[in-house]
Design a binder for this molecule. Structure first.
Ligand code: GLU
Length: 383
């Protein structure tokens, strides 16, 4: 017999990114918000949050809403008009999410991203800090692409891949893509009677990619191909991804009761993936020598505080990679700087109480926050 938790694909996740396509939120004919559907999703989100699950929303719909707000429906739009529609629509989209979740006393915060934010280290870390601070404060970040300024060369263009980047950025353990299909099929279900639904895709093979090419999803800008691209980004970084049908009301509740879906299980856990990114991707811009107390604190999983720093060399900016050395000069960790080199030099050896307010623009007192730090195994332990 199958128990309820076996049927619930979300039961083991504690941080879930949910991607909502335009056509789920905006009625194609009227260009108006599908308010009842949004309210039902807000009910589901509140239920998950009350169980301690962090939720992030990646919501499309700005351009669709903006078209009707600006009286531009039923016509092909020039790029400046699309961007104007995105601008007007984003205001309405943000308000819609704020009001829907406010009914459950949940606060929202808006973040608009473009690839030059998510692919460059400093803006990436900055955006990640903002999003994780919102989550720490119990809010739901509502994210979209900054369509009104994104240029053709520097844009995601689809929120499938954007949501995967966001989920991996934040270390979410699950990404749910709601669209008009209940997952991946071996062939287009309408056209081929032998089409078989795939409940689990453990690895994205050439065969899986070929299946995605054949599948159409009229509600989603990206179709199935961008969903498979999203699955690659997500699973590689430690985020499991689910494709599910979001067209009915209470789509999250339906999923928790076992509604049909395809899951792409993560390849590893999110913390490891983020730390691997720190170890593997970045140039080291500075060296931080620490005292024994700080070295032990780091090995115990703590953040690096300036009080334990004895010497700093190199010039680094906030968010850049730095290396941390113990009193014997052995590199024990790498991390992303929470301050630039000038601030770090001023803060060196000082207590956190003194550092607060020292730089005016920030209240952070860690030179490297534990979340941005990876220990380097020494003495024969393989990294
Ligand atoms: N960012 C676009 C919007 O808000 C949607 C992109 C997508 O649907 O994938 O209208």
């Amino acid at each position: 017999m199958v128990s309820l938790s076996d049927q619930n694909p979300l039961s083991s996740f504690s941080c879930i990114t949910i991607k909502i396509g335009s056509a789920l939120l905006v009625d194609a004919r009227s260009g108006k918000l599908r308010q009842q559907w949004l309210n039902s999703l807000a009910t589901d989100i509140a239920a998950l949050k009350s169980r301690g699950v962090d939720i992030l929303i990646v919501s499309s719909g700005a351009i669709s809403l903006g078209r009707s707000i600006l009286g531009l429906t039923g016509q092909t739009l020039s790029l400046p008009r699309i961007q104007a529609a995105a601008s007007a629509g984003q205001v309405a989209l943000s308000e819609a999410w704020r009001d829907a979740l406010a009914q459950f006393n949940i606060t929202t915060g808006q973040i608009l991203l473009t690839p030059n934010i998510t692919e460059e280290r400093r803006p990436y870390i900055n955006a990640r800090n903002t999003i994780s601070t919102l989550l720490d404060l119990g809010a739901v970040p509502v994210i979209n692409e900054n369509d009104s300024v994104a240029t053709a060369e520097i844009r995601y263009g689809d929120n499938d891949r954007l949501s995967a980047r966001v989920a991996s950025m934040i270390g979410a353990d699950c990404l749910v893509l709601f669209s008009d299909v209940d997952g991946l099929y071996t062939a287009p279900p309408g056209a081929d009677n032998g089409a078989r639904h795939l409940p689990v895709v453990k690895s994205i093979t050439k065969q899986i990619e070929a299946m995605a090419k054949g599948a159409a999803s009229h509600l989603s800008r990206g179709g199935m191909t961008t969903k498979i691209d999203a699955a690659k980004i997500a699973t590689r970084s430690g985020t499991s991804m689910i494709i599910a049908n979001g067209t009915t009301t209470n789509p999250l509740a339906a999923l928790t009761k076992g509604a049909k879906h395809t899951i792409f299980p993560a390849k590893q856990n999110p913390a490891a993936a983020r730390k691997r990114w720190i170890l593997g991707t970045l140039d080291v811009k500075g060296q931080i020598h620490v005292d024994r107390g700080a070295a032990n604190a780091l090995l115990g999983g703590k953040s690096l505080l300036p009080i334990g720093v004895t010497k700093i060399s190199g010039e680094f900016e906030h968010g850049e990679a730095i290396s941390i050395l113990d009193p014997d000069g052995v590199e024990i960790a790498r991390g992303l700087a929470g301050m630039n080199w000038e601030e770090a030099n001023l803060a060196k050896g000082k207590k956190s109480e003194i550092i607060i307010g020292m730089f005016g623009h920030m209240n952070r007192t860690e030179l490297v926050h534990a979340d941005n730090l990876v220990l380097i195994a020494t003495k024969g332990i393989s990294p």
